[in-house]
Design a protein around this ligand. Sequence first.
Ligand SMILES: *Cc1c(COP(=O)(O)O)cnc(C)c1O
Length: 396
Amino acid sequence: MPETAFQPTRALPYGRQHITDADVAAVTAALHADYLTQGPTVAEFEKQFAAYVGARYAVAVSNGTAALHLCALALNVQPGQRVITTPLTFAASANCVRYCGGEVHFADIDPATGLIDLLRVRALLEAHPKGYFTGLIPVDFAGLAVDLEAARQLADEFGLWIIEDSCHAPGGFFIDSKGREQLCGNGNFAALAIFSFHPVKHIATGEGGMITTNSEPLFHHLLRLRTHGITRDPADLKREPDGGWYMEMQELGYNYRLPDLNCALGLSQLARADEGLARRRALAARYDAAFAPVPGVRVLAPGRPGHAYHLYVIEVANRKGLYDFLKTKQIFAQVHYIPVHRMPYYEGLGWKAGDFPLVEDYYAHCLSIPLFPTLTDEEQDYVVACISEFVQKHEE
Ligand SMILES: *Cc1c(COP(=O)(O)O)cnc(C)c1O
């Protein structure tokens, strides 16, 4: 057991951003540039992000939630259409369907991984006539990639589109049936994938998000939807321009743009993304080793190749006790997530306790403990020591 003599000099949250002098310099330079928004840094960030995840196209947007909303619009989600997602996610993964008047349905998780259980998705699909459901929104929970090849097979069989919510997993991948690494958001299986640049995620831009796709028509539609439904592209115009100012609002869109300022920060962060990811994986491996001999601490999905480790999740018997104890030690763990179907809003739509027992059982025990690139080995050992101390006292 590590010594507890070490006392951290700062509070240890479950996640936090890493801002360097290079980031500050990049934003300062962006402030002096000609464009604060709608400038060339946006397209540069999109190009480099698309390359990072191995997709053909990327569209930068205001945040991950806006990304989800635009995806639902681009896939033409209509009132009454039914879409399946996981109950173990941030509410936005489900809310985007509601923004368009669609109905959200859930399939329970695989408790070994925290990911939506595709066998349960199949059972749900088979229990209804074909065409009953129109889409699937799997989530790469905690940074572990969903097997999108298997999801694609299901989607093809039942006529579904897929939006991959990859907010937790830039740089993550799964191994396909031919042994190839398939990066999250690479567009090979899902029509669209989305990412968030909220400060707790891998890449921080303050607020920010990205959509990736391999579909050119979807890419162009997303660009238009991001800017009020307005286009200036001569190839898309419905009428003859009557002057150089001419543009057309062709459908109802939004202002979901990401400013150049934020994109400059994103580019600077993206340049270090692999370094941050490597540190997250190294810290996760250290946690795995430290908790292996601790009875009473179950690690969610340890040692999986391709895991991007947005979160490091443990499950314990006395979760509330541990959460409160860690707080007294300046360790601010978090719970991811209260299952979406248990939110009062979704209960108002007819869901209730007991509908998805596996995620509800997971929720009763889960805790996300500190994991971020600047967490030091000493700080991590301290976290392990505090958790071990509590668990030994309270769980035997
Ligand atoms: C963070 C997150 C979102 C929303 O992203 P924002 O940028 O905060 O709007 C959506 N889905 C998941 C799984 C997330 O973690």
